[in-house]
Ligand binder design. Structure first.
Ligand code: ASP
Length: 328
């Protein structure tokens, strides 16, 4: 019997058309499906047009909307395909990894660098590959399927702004390849038989990327306005002299601080240098290690509403979800 897949469309380049104001999403989920007839031969598909947005306009409320659409339809389908703009897809895939944990059913994000109506496009192959993965028996949980690769939802980052090879899997191997419709899977994602759904996010999370000579007042502003701040420092991690006091005081006052690195590969190790060691020794300051910034930010949004203490928040932050954190 054919698998039943729910196709959730949210917009993005894949569904975009040329307008006088630049590319804008305008093609419906049904229109995307019509462009790839092989999909309906492979599985039985029903469509939900959840949004029609450039992903620059997608945020936490839309992540909750996507999680709700999956939850409401979970029992009726064998898998889910979500089309989405590439610009913030890594954030959405990370957020969904926390909002829908342990799903035995595949939840596949995909999109394209060129619209489906263009002569040269990656849309059709990405869409077909995504449905192939959504029908596969060993694919579980949230992932991105793009340019012939399958990347866990917590491990993706957009690393090319124009070429078809838009996403990389950071600090973790991609779990499968697709070539000419053939899936070669190396790693089976973790799952539980009963998924755990969450329906709240705390949006008061900010990100500060340090530059040499960064103004401490900017950090203080973010610390004051947020419940959690992710700081992307340099190299394996550390803070310039003037900023230590601010973060220790904010952590003591109950803010969650996560130190990470702006270097894409290999993660942080705060204990190495004198600029980081005092932070690594403060139990109230968290470290992202090999997690992506996208995962760290969305994990904080997910855990803030459910953690009743800073200790509990730290415990949740360091508990791996969808293999977001390996090396601690
Ligand atoms: N700006 C587009 C978006 O993120 C880019 C894309 O989809 O590739 O919606």
């Amino acid at each position: 019997m054919k698998k039943r897949i729910l196709f959730i469309a949210t917009g993005g380049t894949i569904a975009s058309e040329v307008t006088e104001l630049g590319l804008k999403p305008g093609i419906s989920a049904e229109g995307l499906l019509r462009a790839v007839p092989a999909i309906e031969r492979l599985c039985s598909v029903e469509c939900v047009q959840l949004y029609s947005l450039d992903s620059t306009d997608i945020g936490p409320e839309h992540w909750l909307g996507m999680a709700r659409a999956i939850r409401e339809n979970y029992d009726a389908y064998d898998g889910f395909v979500i089309t989405h703009g590439t610009d913030t897809m890594a954030y959405s895939a990370a957020a969904l990894s926390y909002l829908v944990q342990g799903s035995v059913k595949p939840i596949i994000f995909t999109g394209a660098q060129k619209p489906i109506g263009f002569d040269t496009t990656d849309s059709r192959v990405n869409l077909l590959d995504s449905f192939i993965c959504a029908c596969a028996s060993d694919m579980h949980g949230v992932m991105i399927v793009f340019n012939g690769r399958v990347i866990l939802g917590t491990r993706a980052e957009k690393t090319h702004s124009k070429s078809f090879d838009a996403f990389s899997s950071i600090n973790y191997p991609h779990i499968a390849d697709l070539r000419d419709g053939r899936l070669t899977q190396y790693i089976v994602p973790q799952f539980a038989w009963e998924p755990r759904f969450s329906d709240t996010l705390n949006e008061r999370v900010s990100l500060m990327k340090l530059i040499p000579g960064a103004d401490r007042a900017q950090l203080d502003f973010l610390l004051e306005r947020s419940d959690a701040v992710v700081i992307e420092s340099f190299g394996v991690g550390g803070l310039p002299r003037g900023m230590h006091e601010s973060v220790h005081a904010a952590a003591k006052a109950g803010k969650l601080i996560v130190m990470t690195t702006q270097v894409q590969n290999e993660g942080s190790d705060l204990a190495v240098y004198g600029t980081g060691r005092p932070l690594s020794e403060d139990p109230l300051i968290l470290e992202a290690y090999d997690m992506t910034t996208e995962a760290a930010v969305t994990k904080l949004m997910w855990l803030l509403p459910i953690a009743e203490s800073q200790e509990k928040a730290a415990q949740l932050f360091y508990t791996p979800v969808n293999r977001d954190l390996l090396a601690r």
